[in-house]
Design a binder for this molecule. Sequence first.
Ligand code: KG4
Ligand code: ZN
Length: 331
Amino acid sequence: MKDTIILGIESSCDETSVAVVKNGREVLSNIINSQIKVHELYGGVVPEIASRMHVEAINLITKEAVQKANCTLKDIDAIAVTQGPGLVGALLVGVSYAKGLSLAIQKPLIAVNHIEGHIAGNYLTYKQLKPPFLCLIISGGHTHLVNVKTYTEFEILGKTRDDAIGEAFDKVARVVGLGYPGGPKVEKLAKEGEANIELPVTHLDNYDFSFSGIKTKVINLNHNNKYINKSNLCASFQKAVTEMLLYNVRKAVKDFKVDKICLAGGVSCNSYIRGAFDELSSKLNIKVYYPEPVFCTDNGAMIASMGYYNYINGKKADLNLNAIPNLKIGE
Ligand code: KG4
Ligand code: ZN
């Protein structure tokens, strides 16, 4: 069978990334231009700056991705692009560029949901992995527990009712003075501490999550106790949010009798969380998957992979495609 080569474009937040992926699984190139250094100065992502930096980078990054893949635009079968969710200005840069390229090289355009893209990050690391499985997407913007029925059919079991888990990590990092992006910094500091501070662990009736209570508690503890041990605070926060994740996943594994659970999204880089899921894996006798770190945080390869599955299932877009900042999974 002829190979299918997809060019994937990601620009939903603060990474401009373009990748070339063969048959949804084999990464030929994955160029990521992170804007973190610039946003760091402001303590978080500044949407206007993000859009402008995407505009400056996207053409060069695309050229680099095609070159690195050792191919030309003629070899590309379709162009996949993140349609949403994300920052509208940032998304528009990718969507407009993809539409222009699709018109110029006369190749089909594929719209990809960013969250579904995160799920597909697993296919790049585990070449044999196939749905059905449960996927826990934990990122800066999202916390979703999803039943992945097929490559293109999803059922949301639960999601956060307030902050995303990564947002809570970033906020905790900011208040304890670690800066942006907070997740990796909280993880590092937590390694030096002990999880000995009691924090509220929220369990809801269904599979939903809530992180605003614990976030506010950490902010208040830090504010009211000048000499609080920040490593212990980070370790306690990390442990408590991990417990919240495990609780819902345990419940879903039992209710849905699944034997596979995938993690996805930037927060799934966290080694404490990975360790906790490894333990769960042996306790419940289920298999746990997590993508290589480069496919956990935002990247074009995961968009190309998900784009491949949309493409072979006939889900093509046209030049009326628009960015949808609050796009829901499965839409
Ligand atoms: O998936 P991602 O790149 O972007 C979104 O789609 O949101 O995730 C970024 C988030 C940030 O909140 C960042 O702090 C968090 O992932 N993150 C981590 C770690 N590495 C990245 N959180 C906890 N521990 C980490 N090691
Ligand atoms: Zn993301």
